[in-house]
Design a protein around this ligand. Structure first.
Ligand SMILES: NC(=O)c1ccc[n+]([C@@H]2O[C@H](COP(=O)([O-])OP(=O)(O)OC[C@H]3O[C@@H](n4cnc5c(N)ncnc54)[C@H](OP(=O)(O)O)[C@@H]3O)[C@@H](O)[C@H]2O)c1
Length: 294
């Protein structure tokens, strides 16, 4: 390896330090609320250059203001919808023009879906694939030249529901499985081509964001984990160039170990976490977003 160190030196785990993200240029999508918002605040405290995006401009403005107060090297936002691939690409181009490059691309946004039995709406599945999956692909493609240049990182926020079948979020689960297929395959090609851009897939359990609590707090038997801690773990995983990040570890990684040796047991374990008596048939528990917030 050009540095003159023996090869095993690169295998020694590096300890985490917030300094790792100081001065780094980072895009966080879906940062107007929830885990994305918390990631923006952590990055601000670490002194990063932050570019955030989501649809709701008024919320983004407030998050950016707070980031500046917390010590961000710089903070800015672009509002728009990830249903539009041209917008997804535009966000990345903005990093080029205003930050002169990119060190970390954090893909975190998700479109609104419902909580309940699959209702057969194919159009909704297609739309959700565009927002939760295709826009991730589009942003990655646009960002790759900058990330190759900086030897940077891609952080993809997924879920337990992207590793094992989950009931009541069928379209959402499908989009998260798609992310695993795309980014795990891409990581293989990066290794083969010696492209030094890391890809971290984040497997999250139930987190206490407003959206998740509204959708599932009364039907899930598991306690939610805190979003601020979750956000920090994601940033650490990305900075340390981990392949996958599990949060919380005990309630995500350990059950998933059963997937290949006792799949039916894992399926049953997943089902046992729901209060099935509280699930309505085809009922939309998750209020749809206002029609146009662009
Ligand atoms: N919370 C959990 O229990 C949990 C569990 C597993 C995985 N995760 C994953 O963690 C990530 C963050 O989740 P969260 O709970 O923090 O969600 P959240 O609070 O609902 O945040 C979602 C973000 O995406 C944005 N967004 C929604 N639709 C959009 C669109 N069409 N175009 C652009 N942006 C859009 C939202 O802002 P606007 O509405 O302003 O656009 C918001 O900033 C997601 O990838 C989710 O799948 C969460």
């Amino acid at each position: 390896e050009g540095s003159g160190h023996p090869i095993w030196v690169s295998q020694i785990p590096v300890p985490w330090s917030p300094e790792m993200l100081k001065g780094k240029r980072v895009i966080v999508t879906g940062a107007s609320t929830g885990i994305g918002e918390e990631m923006a605040y952590h990055l601000a405290r670490m002194g990063s250059h932050i570019l955030i995006t989501a649809r709701t401009e008024s919320k983004l403005q407030k998050v950016v203001e707070r980031c500046r107060e917390l010590g961000a090297a710089s903070a800015q936002y672009i509002s728009g919808t990830m249903e539009d691939m041209a917008f997804a690409e535009h966000v990345v181009k903005e990093a080029q023009t205003s930050l002169g490059g990119l060190d970390m691309l954090i893909l975190n946004h998700v479109g609104t879906s419902y909580f309940g039995y699959f209702d057969g709406d194919v159009g909704h599945v297609r739309k959700l694939l565009e927002i939760n999956f295709l826009s991730y692909v589009a942003m990655t493609v646009s960002a790759l030249p900058m990330l190759k240049e900086s030897e940077g990182s891609i952080v993809v926020v997924s879920s337990m529901a992207g590793k094992v079948g989950f009931p009541f979020t069928v379209p959402y689960s499908a989009t998260k499985f798609a992310l695993d297929g795309f980014f795990s395959s891409l990581r293989q090609e990066f290794h083969i081509q010696n492209i030094n851009v890391s890809i971290t897939l984040c497997i999250l359990g139930f987190i206490d964001t407003d959206r998740a609590l509204r959708a599932a707090a009364d039907v899930l038997l598991v306690p939610p984990a805190p979003r601020a801690e979750c956000a920090l773990e994601i940033l650490k995983g990305g900075a340390l160039r981990r392949r996958e990040l599990y949060y919380r570890y005990g309630s995500t990684r350990l059950p998933l170990l059963l997937r290949d040796c006792a799949a039916e047991l894992l399926d049953r374990l997943v089902r046992s976490r729901y209060r099935l008596d509280r699930i309505g048939t085809g009922q939309r528990r998750h209020p749809p977003a206002p029609p146009d917030r662009r």
